[in-house]
Design a protein around this ligand. Structure first.
Ligand SMILES: [Zn+2]
Length: 380
C-alpha cells in the first residue's frame, strides 16, 4: 500500500534546485505523480480498493457508495452472531491489516476493530460511525456541506436527539477506543442514568442521518484511494442519501401519526429509530441496564417487565432476535398472547437486502405494528 509514496518521494528528492532543471524536475515529478496516482496506487489486486467492515450493516452502507468499484466485505455477517460478544480471529487481523479502508461502528460496539487497527502497522484508514455522527453534529453544515444539501427538512426533525447523544456519549466513547477491556462499560447505558431514551446508544445505523454522514465519509476516503473514481463515489453517496431522505420522510409520517405512543424493548437496539419516531420507551431502566451489561435481571425486574407487557400498555414490543434469551422469549410470547405486535430489530443485515431496503422495511414494520395495535394508546 506504500506504492504512491515511495514512487514520487524517491524521485523528487534527487532533483537539484535551480533554474531550468528545477522546472523540468517539477514537470517530471508531476507526471510521475500522475502516473502513480492513476496506476497501481493504493489498491489491492485488480485495482479495486478493499473495504472491510465490522458488520454487514456497515458493509451495506459501504456497498451503496462503492458500487462495483471496490471490494466490500464484512467480518460479521451472520444473524447467528451477536456482534457485542464477537471474538476476533487472527484471520480478521490479517483482513483488517490488508484492507485499504475499514468501516466500523465504534462506541464500544465492535471494539475488536479499533484494537486491531491500533495493533496494525498504522497504514489502514478507518471510518468510525459513532465519531462521524458526533463530528457531524458539532460541525453542523460545516465540512459536510458538499453533498449535505440533501437533507434540509428531515435533518431538523432529529437534531435534538442527536445533540443529546453527542454530549452524553463523548467521553464514554473516547475510553472505549483506547481501552479494549472497558468496552462493555463504554457500551453502556449504565452510565447514562437518565431515563431510557438512551441518548448515547451505540446502534447508530438505526439513524438514517448517521448512515448518510458515514456514506459521505466513505465516498471521500474511497475517492482519495481512487481519484479517478471519486466523482462516481460521490454520486453514489448522494443517491444513497436520497433513499435515506425518503426513509426519513416515512419516519416523520410515523411520528406525526404515533408520537408519544408507548413501546417496550427486549434490548435497546433500535433506540435511534424510536427516538426519531417520537415513541416513548417504557421499558424499565433496571431491565435495560442488566440486559445491556449481559447480566440476568433481578426477579422483581422480570416481574415488572411481564406485568407491563401483560397490561397491554405498550403498543408494540421491539425485539432483538440476536440477543434473545429464554427470558426475552418468554416476554415476546407474553406480548403475542396479549395481541401486542412484536417487531424484530436485528444487529446484522438480512442476506437478501440492501441497507436502505432493510431500514425502510423496519420503518414500515414498526408503522404497521402501531397501526394494527389499538391497545397501546398511552400518552395520547
Ligand atoms: Zn446491540
Amino acid at each position: 500500500m506504500n506504492t504512491p509514496r515511495s514512487c514520487h518521494l524517491g524521485r523528487a528528492g534527487s532533483h537539484r534546485a535551480g533554474g531550468v532543471t528545477a522546472l523540468a524536475g517539477l514537470t517530471a515529478a508531476t507526471l510521475l505523480l500522475g502516473a502513480c496516482g492513476s496506476g497501481t496506487g493504493g489498491t489491492s489486486e485488480g485495482g479495486k480498493p478493499t473495504v472491510v467492515t465490522s458488520t454487514d450493516m456497515w458493509a451495506g452502507v459501504a456497498k451503496a457508495v462503492a458500487g462495483d468499484e471496490a471490494e466490500v466485505e464484512a467480518i460479521i455477517d451472520s444473524d447467528e452472531t451477536d456482534p457485542h460478544s464477537y471474538e476476533s480471529t487472527p484471520r480478521d487481523a490479517v483482513r483488517i491489516d490488508r484492507a485499504d479502508l475499514v468501516v466500523y461502528n465504534g462506541g464500544g460496539y465492535d471494539a475488536f476493530v479499533s484494537q486491531l487497527l491500533s495493533d496494525g502497522d498504522g497504514t489502514t484508514n478507518g471510518v468510525e460511525a459513532v465519531s462521524v455522527a458526533e463530528s457531524g453534529e458539532h460541525s453542523e453544515s460545516g465540512q459536510h456541506s458538499e453533498n449535505e444539501s440533501s437533507s434540509p427538512t428531515t435533518g431538523s426533525t432529529h437534531q435534538h436527539a442527536e445533540s443529546e447523544q453527542g454530549h452524553e456519549h463523548g467521553h464514554g466513547h473516547a475510553e472505549s477506543e483506547h481501552q479494549h477491556t472497558e468496552s462493555e462499560q463504554g457500551h453502556g447505558h449504565a452510565e447514562s442514568g437518565h431515563g431510557h431514551q438512551h441518548s448515547g446508544n451505540e446502534h447508530v445505523w438505526y439513524d438514517p442521518g448517521t448512515a448518510r454522514l458515514v456514506a459521505e465519509r466513505i465516498a471521500a476516503r474511497l475517492g482519495e484511494l481512487r481519484p479517478d473514481r471519486a466523482e462516481r463515489f460521490e454520486r453514489n453517496a448522494t443517491e444513497f442519501g436520497d433513499r435515506l431522505d425518503e426513509i426519513e420522510r416515512n419516519i416523520t409520517e410515523l411520528r406525526n401519526e404515533h408520537h408519544d405512543t408507548d413501546v417496550m424493548t427486549t434490548a435497546p437496539v433500535a433506540d435511534h429509530l424510536l427516538e426519531n419516531a417520537g415513541l416513548t420507551d417504557i421499558t424499565p431502566d433496571s431491565f435495560v441496564r442488566t440486559v445491556e451489561a449481559g447480566n440476568d435481571p433481578a426477579a422483581a425486574t422480570v416481574a415488572e417487565m411481564q406485568e407491563l407487557v401483560g397490561s397491554g400498555r405498550p403498543a408494540a414490543l421491539i425485539h432483538n432476535p440476536q440477543t434473545a434469551s429464554p427470558l426475552t422469549e418468554r416476554i415476546t410470547e407474553r406480548a403475542r398472547n396479549n395481541d401486542i405486535p412484536v417487531v424484530a430489530m436485528p444487529e446484522t443485515l438480512p442476506d437478501d437486502r440492501t441497507y436502505s431496503e432493510w431500514l425502510s422495511g423496519r420503518v414500515t414494520a414498526l408503522d404497521t405494528a402501531l397501526d394494527d395495535n389499538t391497545a397501546g394508546t398511552g400518552g395520547q
